[in-house]
Each structure stands twice: as structure tokens, then as C-alpha cells.
Design a protein around this ligand. Sequence first.
Ligand code: 13P
Length: 249
Amino acid sequence: MRSKLVVGNWKMNGNLASNQTLLKSLIPLLASVTHARCAVCVPYPYLAQTEQILRGQGVSWGAQDVCEYEHGAFTGGVSAGMVADFGCRFVIVGHSERRALFGDTDAVVAKKFAAVLKAGLTPILCVGETLAERESGVMEQVIARQMDAVIALSGVAGLGQTVMAYEPVWAIGTGKTATPDEAQAVHAFIRERVAELDVRAGDGLPILYGGSVKASNAAQLFAMADIDGGLIGGAALVAEEFAAICKAA
Ligand code: 13P
């Protein structure tokens, strides 16, 4: 039985003062959530602050991206080892905003995934199609291609120890959520693709749904057989809303 996981992706939001308020509000709100794991992925400069506030409080934290390289002359890069120094448990890789706005290709995402694993952290691999890809009937090909790049580099057996997130690009920050049935169909496809190569990895793989998840729609999504929790953007910036989503899990 896979346990539920809810991860907040703060994206490029927050500052020292607002983070402090948000994190300190979350701790008591999440104290009663014992049946699901909760985490927040924050901007790099706030990892130290997040570690300081959350350590020992039962809520994990992580980063939103890493450089694919370990160290060296990569100005502006932040390695997986560096974020590990701040107690991170998770690192998001392959978010559609990184793919679309920062040029992360499937090959780069695969290298980042491998770098996160090598640093002993858990990658959260995001996949998902655009509206045009869905409407033109290539959704499954796109998701398979995104997955296969990672499987080719890191193998399939380890995938069951990591986390995947299905985030349809058209549902991110748009208020337009995939219906539970639409999301379930893609989650089942993802799990099946892994299970075809390794049954145990497929069964064990937590697959989160992301894209306009709110307290009001979380329970229906999380009730689906292959939806193991959520990756939450905007709603993760409001303590009560994020806590309500965690409770729905
Ligand atoms: P929203 O919840 O704001 O749609 O963002 C989803 C997301 O991109 C999480 O990674």
C-alpha cells in the first residue's frame, strides 16, 4: 500500500518574513496529519530558514530544481549535494516551467534526476502534456518520452524509490483541473509503463497529481486508485488551504 504524499511547490514566491509566517502556521495545522506525508519545496535561498523552522516538526522540505553537475565552473548552478547540506529530502526535476522557460530538455532532466539520486535525495520527476499535445492525440507519447529518458539513464528498478508527478501543463496555475477520471487515466498509464519493465517498481511508485489542486477538489482526486497525493502550487502559499489539502490526503 502506497502512502499519500502532498508536496507544496512554492515556485519563485516568498521572502524571509512571509516564509516564517507560512511555515510557523503550517506546523500546528499539519500536526494532526499522520496518515499522509507533507513537504514544501522552497527557493534555494530559503532552504536554511526552512530547515531551521521545520527540523523535527514532521514536515519535510526540498528544492525545486538542481544543476545536473556535481561541482565546478558552472556559475549560478546549485548542485544536489549543496541542497542536501540543508536537510532536503526532495528535489523537483523536470517541472514544466523549467522545461518551457529554462530549456530543460528530456536529456537534461534525466541527468538532474540521476544527480539527485546520487546525492541520496528523492527526485520528484514531473511529466505532463500541453493542451495542444492532448488535443492532437500525442499525450501518451509525450509522457512516455519524458519518462523513458530518465529510465534509460537511471534504470527502472530505482523508480519505485522515487516520486513522479503528473502535471498537465494546461492545468498549472490556470484554475482548470484535470477531472479525477482524466488524471486517473494518465496515472494508470504512467504506472503501467513502469510496471511493464518492473512490476515492483510500478506498484511502489508514488504518482502525485499537480495542476490547480485546491482544498475543494483534492479529496476527489486523491480518492482515485493511482493518485497518491498532490504537487501543489498556488494553494501551497496559503497555510490553511495547504493544510486542508494535506488533510484530504
Ligand atoms: P498550481 O497548483 O498553482 O496550478 O501549480 C501546480 C504546479 O505547478 C505544482 O508544481
